[in-house]
Write a protein that binds this ligand. Structure first.
Ligand SMILES: C[S@@+](CC[C@H](N)C(=O)[O-])C[C@H]1O[C@@H](n2cnc3c(N)ncnc32)[C@H](O)[C@@H]1O
Length: 280
């Protein structure tokens, strides 16, 4: 497979984009500060963003930092009307909670997004224990939208019981339960709490991805891509790290753009994309 294009490698992230503003290509990785690079993207071209910002000082990502308000404002500008931006965020828990993940929901609202939903990403296995509180096992997935979402393909899950059953349908004034056969559906629309295994074989089977300190599961990215976009749409991850969103966008027939400030992480993303190319 032809290697995916990587623009801006070896460039100073502060310098390349503000000056010459090259057109942004689809299906390409970019190295640099997302705020700068997003300036080169036309307004309203992105159908869906699935991203996860750095979690305060939980990881240091080679010392890079980010500004939630500037990135969310830039994302609002590039999102098309009816487009969605899924923002997956955890936070520092040191003594007490910083609540930064909740504050991002308000920041998103301030820059113009609607908070369409606040979903939970529950980790099936989590090593993070606190001695004086219950083990934290979730992160928020804030689903921002630019107006009413234009796409919603609800994911379904199997019901526990299905087939024909005799069930109560009416209790009359005589207090007698009337029963009749009803057909229980095989599937129901999922709730907004999504559960995933994390770690090797859970988040992904790509060994190289674990060179990044904080990947989210491929299935999480895929489930949002299937829910909020259609084949041929453009999916963005402006802080793509190991490239999970971009890989799953491509695997599901969407166009993609990946940006990260670290060229080491983009190298990982590129390698994952090449492996995918061999499988498709
Ligand atoms: C939580 S990680 C994303 C991980 C990704 N979802 C994955 O599955 O691999 C956050 C990423 O944001 C990147 N980052 C931090 N500040 C940035 C900025 N200003 N512009 C672009 N990327 C940035 C970090 O390098 C890091 O890879």
């Amino acid at each position: 497979m032809k290697k995916p294009a990587v623009a801006g490698l070896n460039a100073n992230p502060d310098q390349i984009f503000p000056y010459d503003r090259p057109a942004i290509e689809r299906n390409t990785f970019y190295v640099g500060d997302a705020i700068n690079i997003l300036r080169s993207l036309d307004e309203g071209v992105v159908d869906l963003t699935v991203t996860s910002p750095p979690y305060e000082n939980l990881r240091n990502y080679n010392g890079y930092s980010f500004d939630a308000k500037k990135i969310l404002a830039a994302l609002y500008r590039v999102t098309r009307k009816g487009g969605v931006c899924v923002w997956v965020t955890g936070e520092r828990i040191k003594g007490s909670r910083s609540l930064s993940s909740f504050s991002h929901a308000f920041i998103g609202k301030d820059v113009g997004f609607d908070v369409h939903d606040v979903m939970i990403y529950q980790k099936k296995n989590t090593p993070f224990m606190r001695s004086n509180a219950y083990t934290n096992c979730y992160e928020l997935m804030i689903v921002f939208s630019k107006g009413k979402p234009r796409t919603f393909n609800p994911l379904k899950e199997p019901t526990v019981r299905h087939g024909w059953e005799t069930a109560v349908y009416n209790k009359g004034p005589d207090a007698v339960n009337r029963k009749r056969p009803v057909e229980l559906r095989k599937e129901k629309v999922r709730t907004n709490i999504w559960q995933y295994a994390v770690g090797m074989g859970g988040s992904t089977s790509d060994k190289v991805a674990f060179q990044h300190p904080a990947i989210f599961p491929e299935k999480l990215a895929q489930d949002h891509i299937l829910s909020w976009s259609n084949p041929g749409d453009l999916v963005l991850d402006p802080m793509c790290g190991s490239g999970t969103t971009c890989k799953m966008a491509r695997a599901n027939g969407r166009h993609w753009i990946g940006i990260d400030i670290s060229k080491e992480y983009i190298a990982i993303a590129e390698e994952r994309m090449c492996t995918l190319g061999l499988l498709l």
